[in-house]
Design a binder for this molecule. Structure first.
Ligand code: UD1
Length: 368
């Protein structure tokens, strides 16, 4: 029996840990999972709603670290997580994604001699100004097993000197959740509640510091949205840091002027999936959404200069458009004019809903 601590910290972690926890519960002869929630995200709609939607049990341990500077938050997670590892003595600590909690917990575990598995390893944007890129680089260096979602991620790891023996290509864990919940998500009433059940609409998410922390960049994006909104309503579930940035940068009036840009509270997993799965267009700076839209063949414009998920551009529906108003507008209109017919390309390998099982198999194989 393997005792495994599974770490969640922030919103994009929940859909990655849920299939692993569910698979461990199905294989309870082999695995005893313990969920540790660091509390990096703590608002109801950034955390609890996801636990509920994804059928996750209440975390076994809550560290409640909250927000802070990168150093403060990372240090706080480390200090709170260390006694948990010392007390519980797990065989493995599993971390997912690239948030501050991912790196903090990986570092604590490896220094205590506990094996670490990193799910979604090997992704690289090659943009060191992204805090997530630093988290990815360091987590991958210290983790024992690197579970990758794409072959290109294996290559990235090898190029950094990581031995093949530590790399396991297992596929995309988020797709496990997407496949499991898609039908349920489609039957939510979110589109009726927003009054867009019979209308074409776009969905927008925006929260990267590089997009929302500087007035000039954020204003440019708003100029593009103003033009796109002439064509169709844009539903914008607003991340708390973006809500704060709008006020701090004095952009409330500008946002309010764009009539069909509809700011709403962050949505839970099912409502959000129900919403973007039927969208004519998604505009985002999120990482995961680039993959989720690729899987669903929903056109996606990524408002960033780079992506750590190039497979979504090569094989999927994603276009990197940067943050310039003109380019965003041009690309959006091109997609909308082309209509819904997307070229049917084959999905990336191992985006099949079986990734959690492959991870568990790999953990078991390590013991033998
Ligand atoms: C974090 C991740 C990012 C991920 C994003 C998804 C890091 C470095 N960043 O960014 O990779 O894409 O989550 O959401 O780990 N806040 C609240 N309530 C909350 C959480 C945050 O109000 O529940 C506000 C606080 O003002 C906080 C700010 O949002 O200071 C930023 O939160 P933080 O966890 O530092 O980073 P995110 O921007 O959420």
């Amino acid at each position: 029996m393997l005792k495994v601590i599974i770490v969640v910290g922030a919103r994009p972690n929940f859909m990655k840990v849920a299939p692993i926890v569910a698979a461990m519960k199905r294989r309870s002869q082999e695995f005893a999972p313990l969920i540790v929630h660091t509390g990096q995200h703590y608002d109801k709609m950034m955390s609890d709603a996801f636990l509920r939607d994804l059928d996750l049990p209440e975390p076994d341990v809550c560290l409640a670290v909250g927000s802070g500077s990168h150093a403060a938050q990372t240090a706080s997670v480390m200090q709170s997580f260390e006694p948990v590892v010392l007390r519980e003595k797990p065989d493995w600590v599993i971390v997912v994604g690239d948030v501050n909690s991912t790196l903090a917990c990986a570092l604590v575990a490896v220094k205590l001699g506990v094996k670490v598995g990193h799910v979604e390893a090997g992704l690289r944007s090659r943009d060191r100004t992204m805090p997530e890129e630093i988290n990815r680089l360091l987590t991958d260096q210290v983790a024992d097993l690197l579970f990758t979602p794409a072959r290109a991620a294996d290559d990235n790891l090898r190029a950094e000197g990581i031995a093949d023996s530590r790399i396991r290509f297992v596929g995309n864990i988020m797709i496990d959740s997407l496949l499991k919940y898609l039908e349920r998500a489609k039957s939510t009433t979110i589109r009726e509640r927003l009054g867009i059940a019979n209308t074409a609409y776009a969905v927008l998410t925006l929260h990267r510091p590089s997009n929302v922390d500087q007035r000039q960049t954020f204003s440019g994006i708003l100029d593009a949205l103003d033009e796109i909104a002439q064509r169709l309503p844009i539903i914008f579930p607003v991340h708390p840091r973006t809500r704060k940035a709008i006020v701090d940068l004095g952009l409330e009036k500008r946002v309010a002027e764009i009539e069909r840009l509809r700011l709403i509270e962050p949505l839970g997993y099912l409502d959000f999936l129900g919403l973007y799965s039927e969208a004519a267009l998604v505009l985002t700076d999120s990482g995961g959404l680039q993959e989720e839209t690729t899987f669903l063949r929903v056109p996606c414009l990524t408002l960033r200069e780079n992506t750590e998920r190039p497979i979504t551009v090569e094989q999927g529906t994603n276009i990197l458009v940067g943050t310039g108003a003109h380019k965003i507008k041009q690309a959006a209109l091109a997609v909308l004019n082309a209509g819904p017919a997307q070229t049917l390309r084959s999905l990336p390998p191992l985006w099949d809903g079986q990734t959690a099982n492959r991870i568990l198999d790999a953990l078991t194989a390590e013991q033998n």
